[in-house]
Design a binder for this molecule. Structure first.
Ligand code: MG
Length: 378
């Protein structure tokens, strides 16, 4: 008989949130959903509340009492920041899945850790912007973060298998995105439609654009730096177009341990939810015979400046990674509105890093301020 775990999900109507609920649906004897939050997807949230019957639910963009359907009155509905705080820290939960996108994830993670919850981390920005604050608090509370990002889950799984042996190096794999084989000139002029076509993973718009520009991999170098306490020069990016090897670690004896699987987020989500056990996810293992071969390439930093900028930001310290993140987010939004060409995204981030060099990140307030200013750089 499994112990019933209570789970709160911040960002339940996004891609990760929905897949986590799919696992809860599969394993009703293991998981009880106690809180759900979304940004604005009211109807989807209502459907989820109807099915999973959490104690609390919230919309961060706000909800009016008259909008709440009659049959959902059993659930406490909250609005705005209060919704995130309640789901992260007030409602009873053993674990909190933080799968909201953006810097709002930072306060969600801090609140959940402060309340002594186990955090399953699918939000990148919390570590990118406040990695030192988050990992300090997690250590103090004795609740290490469980990564949900597929690459970081892979590294975490390898480290579990490694036992007491430290990793010399991390191999962080990347699909290379839809522009991997394009030449530089063509990439600079790519349209949103082209950038939104990811070859392997089915994800939200922001992260899909970030995969095309490789800013996603830049953010993931930052995540790995904090999750595994590994300096950036020991995190190697490996282009692997098939997305079957999800990342790995290198030992000092020359052995490499890697984790393989289908590109399906239910595996890393399930591993974080059931750690240290493994859950039946409905995802089959990859068929190596039909795959035939797996290929690996060096990343091309001239075509994709994001990797260079990410490493420079980590070395600069302070709020540089917050600036990298905020400037990129604003530039991606401008690109999706067709105000700037694709190639301008990296240029804007580089300008923001130059302009805002030396900003500090000693507190959450410093980080908000750096984030705000980074978005204003055109
Ligand atoms: Mg990833």
């Amino acid at each position: 008989m499994n112990e019933l775990k209570k789970i709160a999900i911040l960002g339940s109507t996004g891609s990760i949130g929905k897949q986590a609920l799919d696992l809860c649906r599969r394993h009703p004897d293991r998981y009880r959903v106690t809180a759900l939050t979304a940004r604005a997807s009211k109807e989807t949230l209502f459907e989820q509340v109807r099915e999973f019957r959490p104690e609390a639910a919230g919309l961060t963009e706000g909800i009016r009492p008259e909008d709440i359907p009659e049959d959902l009155r059993f659930c406490r509905f909250l609005s705005g920041k209060e919704a995130l705080h309640a789901a992260a820290a007030e409602v009873e939960a053993d674990m909190v899945l933080v799968s909201i996108v953006g810097i709002a994830g930072l306060s969600g993670v801090m609140d959940a850790l402060e309340a002594g919850r186990q955090v399953l981390l699918a939000n990148k920005e919390a570590l990118v912007t406040g990695g030192h604050l988050v990992t300090d608090l997690a250590r103090k509370k004795g609740k290490p973060l469980l990564p949900v990002d597929s690459e970081h889950s892979a590294i975490f799984q390898c480290l579990q298998a490694a036992g007491p042996n430290p990793a010399e190096r991390i191999l962080l794999t990347a699909s290379g995105g839809p522009f991997r084989t394009w030449d530089r000139e063509r990439i600079l002029k790519a349209t949103p439609e082209e950038a939104l076509k990811h070859p392997n993973w089915n994800m939200g718009a922001k992260i899909t654009i970030d995969s095309a520009s490789m800013f996603n991999k830049g953010l993931e170098i930052m995540e790995a730096r904090w999750l595994f306490d590994m300096p950036e020069d020991r995190i190697q990016v490996v282009i692997h177009p098939e997305s079957i090897v999800h990342s790995g670690i290198v030992f000092r004896d020359g052995a490499v341990l890697a984790q393989l699987g289908q590109p399906d987020m239910r595996v890393p989500i399930g591993y974080a939810m059931s750690f240290p056990e493994r859950l039946e996810t409905g995802v089959p293992a990859p068929d190596l015979f039909s795959l035939g071969k797996l290929t690996f390439e060096q990343p091309d930093e001239a075509k994709f400046p994001a990797l260079r900028l990410a490493r420079a930001s980590l070395r600069a310290g302070g709020a540089a990674c917050t600036v990298f993140n905020g400037a990129n987010e604003a530039a991606v939004a401008a690109f999706l509105r067709k105000e700037i060409p694709f190639g301008e995204i990296a240029c804007r981030v580089e300008r923001a890093l130059e302009k805002l060099a030396g900003l500090k990140a000693d507190s959450i307030e410093d980080i908000w301020e750096a984030d705000r200013r980074s978005r204003l750089v055109g």
